[in-house]
Design a protein around this ligand. Sequence first.
Ligand code: GLN
Length: 588
Amino acid sequence: MVDSKDLLASVSDVSTETEYFSPIPNGYRKGKTRYVIVMGTVMSGLGKGIFSSCLAKLLQDKGLKVTPIKLEGYLNIDSGTLNPFRHGEVFVLDDGMECDMDLGTYERMLDQNLSRANFSTSGQLYQSVLDKERQGDYLGRDVQMIPHVTGEVKLKLRRLAMESNADVVFVEIGGTVGDLENAFYIEAMRELAYEEGPDSCCFVGLTYILEPKALGEQKSKAAQLGIKQLMQMGIQPDIIACRAESRVSEQVRQKISVFSNVPFERVFSMHDSASIYTIPAMLRDCGLDFEVLRLLKIEDRINLRHERAEWARWCDFTDKIGKEKYTVTIGITGKYTSVRDSYASILHALEHSGIALSARVKIKWIETTGVTDKNVSAHLRDVEGIIVPGGFGVRGVEGKIACIRYARENNVPYLGLCLGFQMAVIEFARDVCGLGQANSTESDPGCCEPVIDMLPEQKKIEGLGGNMRLGGRDVELKSGTIAWKLFEEKTQTRMRFRHRYEVDPRYVAVLERHGMVFSGKAPDHPIMQILEIPGHPFFMGTQAHPCLTSRPLRPQPMFVALVASAMRRRYPDEHLCDCVEASQKVRT
Ligand code: GLN
């Protein structure tokens, strides 16, 4: 018989005799790690990830060790096969995990590299349960959602707690309370709180306050019903965060408080904010951070001196937002031009660089399907910089090549990301090296000058999903090049990749002979990773996705260089820094 008190003491208390089933990792110390669990009601897309990452940042600033985990309801094993048009960009972690874009929000806000331990889907959990079932791990019991799948969720959280040695794990549950596919996560959280005991978990209900234009006042009924649904599932929220367009009135907060059993001082207004980077200050001003510390009884773990220093650094950054002296327009070509979320990291990277350089970066979206050499100048006349971002397939590629040609010939600063790097190689091969038939086998499998071809290891792979060249890789920098200067004259840097195609090594010599410089290469394979064209104000491409590693206080150097070069183009009389000087200035 297992007593509930002992439940967490034993290592492998998988019992056939009792109703308890809660696999605990070896060496797990109950009470060391606390959990903040964020769930959304009323609707999805409220910014749970933003809320949770901002709160996590406030605790991290206080010297606590924090780590997030996103629990997704869908059955896909990862986000790699998801259409960014429907789901936002696929974010790639250093260990190669393809995950939800919220992981990008956490990495940026916490300035931390995350791993596959920070991301889970229902598909992963079911797969692991089914594998265990086949191995006979369940000792003859019928395998059920409760306790086995919920057990798997708790195991994942506790493993993360142990491996990260975190004071607080932030658990974000995807979707909305009431979704069938997320219900087992919520049940798992109820069990977790029960097993871990009082003060171990802080439940946050993120809800939405409607403000119909026709009524002109804030209405809380939908929020009340959403919270009620959470309570019906056995969870009493400790904190309610009310998302709304404008500040939530005291009266509405009172109503929510009464109906949800949450004290008034723990019902917060989380109204819209101009920049996500000003949200931590909003949460801090209303005392949310200390409320959480009190609930979890970990006030004694904080280091206020650490917080003062971190907060000062952060405010130096946020104080610049909205006070930019310059404005530049960057054209971004892209297939998913109607969905900004598909390019979230690029937009953030531009924002980080812009704030550092005192430039407001405006974006002009360019749908390239109709762009040709004849009409390209009409599309690009009013931009000071161009980005051709990552992408797959053939649609719009000739239009992208026309944009790149325009950038190269007219000295418009250019940054090519992954597909944009490959297209820059094709453009250069066609127009400068005289290889008129140059192309990528991705767009034209039978082309006779395949300057971009599938990576050798990719040719053996069948099927899609988790099998591209993925994750963080070292990049060897060629000394004396712009890239080398941007990366502090180091011989090596690290970037994140997600691609199937590459520059065919057989064409490298001819490209180099005609003036293209490959300033970044893989150390162990002939894979070209960064290109530049000397003599151009700024023309760079990379096989990587540098936007994924740009952080608010450490903007990614290629983006800094692009924005700085765009500023010089826009303000020729102001004698602004060139791209290398600007990147040095931003670092210091
Ligand atoms: N489609 C190209 C490849 O697979 C580029 C990929 C990307 O831009 N992420 O190599």
